[in-house]
Ligand binder design. Structure first.
Ligand code: ADP
Length: 364
């Protein structure tokens, strides 16, 4: 039995929350044929999975596995490593971030904003990107349920490890205001509390290096959109609307808040565009043209072309999937709504990070 073969096998075991190999996290000690796994905190919810994965990885070597918990000094070392040299409590999504950040908003509730955001996040993750998702919809936090996440974040001292939904290689790291509330109590928070909560989501959660961060905003044009504009200076907004032209004006207002705080609008998504009939025809239950109307108005307001990114049909599979915690893009990838969402995800993945006002690192 060679120690390096065991080490190599252990190097394949990934921490389910941190999404890094246990060996890189100093969570493994290999001495005299005994593998000791050091969990970050006692009662770590991922403990069983970690133990099972380690046992499976070293099964062929016949070594023993013991579980223990890191000392405070070891935990401090780990936190230091995860911060990659940055001081504690810094916002990783400031103006120099390489993460592409999108704020998904809508004029009113019930247009499918959360379902669309969830499925976009999963589609991006399945395309190989590292994705984070913040559910800042204080009034209707539904994203954990839509992803089938029931666990709460793990705390390593002040560091919050987000639950990860299975999707693609990296999964989707999710944090929701609902994960920090007892029961399902209604939230009557005022602006400053929301601001602090969101700031904590950005600064105290271990996101790692993300390619994309999607933020599900509460409907309307509230304080939180403005706070987020300050905390996420590179963010672009995406507006979700239904085809009703009457709703377009409300949706337009949600996009124009972003413009006031200097964000550009990446595009408009029209959801619930039609119901496909058995004969293939499209029954436009909620009318026609809302998405394009919002895109045109936001183009005029911003002086820049704001495209309609796509139209998502009404889909029973999408609705059932949202209720069951099984996103339609994963569970029914051939459903027309899943296809429409994947096409929008491709447009997002092809978007370039805005370089205006950023310092370019040029090596001479
Ligand atoms: P919002 O975040 O805008 O309040 P949700 O994403 O919670 O909206 O969606 C509201 C309801 O509509 C949910 O039950 C969801 O499953 C359903 N829904 C959303 N989009 C569609 C669609 N394209 N087809 C069918 N049902 C949808």
């Amino acid at each position: 039995m060679s120690a390096s073969a065991i080490e190599r096998a252990l190097g394949t075991v990934i921490d389910p929350e941190l999404r890094l190999p246990l060996t890189e996290l100093n969570m493994i000690d290999l001495t005299d044929g005994l593998v000791t796994v050091k969990l970050t905190v006692a009662g770590c919810p991922a403990a069983q999975k970690i133990e099972a994965d380690v046992r499976a990885a070293v099964a062929e070597f016949g070594v023993d596995v013991a579980m223990t918990v890191m000392s405070q000094a070891e935990r401090n070392e780990l936190k230091e490593k995860l911060r990659a040299g940055k001081p504690p409590r810094t916002n990783p999504f400031d103006k120099d971030t390489l993460t592409r950040v999108y704020l998904v908003g809508s004029g009113k509730g019930g247009v499918g904003k959360s379902s669309v955001t969830t499925n976009l996040a999963v589609a991006l993750a399945e395309a190989g990107h590292r994705v984070g998702l913040i559910d800042a919809d204080i009034f209707g936090f539904s994203i954990p349920g839509q992803l089938g996440i029931t666990e709460k974040p793990t705390r390593v001292d002040e560091l919050i490890l987000p639950p990860v939904a299975q999707a693609g290689k990296w999964g989707v790291k999710v944090i929701s205001i609902g994960m920090f509330l007892d029961d399902n109590k209604p939230v009557a928070w005022r602006g400053p509390m929301l601001h602090r909560a969101v700031e904590q989501f950005l600064c105290d959660v271990f996101w790692g290096d993300l390619d994309f961060l999607l933020v599900d905003l509460p409907p309307g044009t509230g304080d939180i959109a403005i706070s987020l504009g300050q905390l996420l200076p590179t963010a672009k907004s995406i507006v979700v609307t239904t085809p009703q032209v009457a709703a377009a004006e409300v949706a337009e207002r949600s996009g124009s808040v972003g413009l006031q705080t200097g964000q550009s609008v990446f595009g408009v998504i029209e959801n619930m565009s039609w119901l496909e009939q058995p004969d293939g025809s499209k029954f436009e239950i909620f009318g026609h043209g809302g998405g394009l109307a919002v895109a045109e108005r936001l183009s005029a307001l911003s002086g820049q072309a704001v495209p309609q990114l796509g139209q998502i049909p009404i889909s029973v599979a999408l609705r059932e999937g949202s209720d069951a915690g099984l996103p339609v893009v994963q569970n029914h990838p051939d459903d027309p709504a899943a296809k429409a969402i994947r096409e929008i995800a491709v447009k997002i993945s092809q978007d370039k990070i805005g370089l205006a006002g950023r310092l370019l690192r040029v090596s001479l």
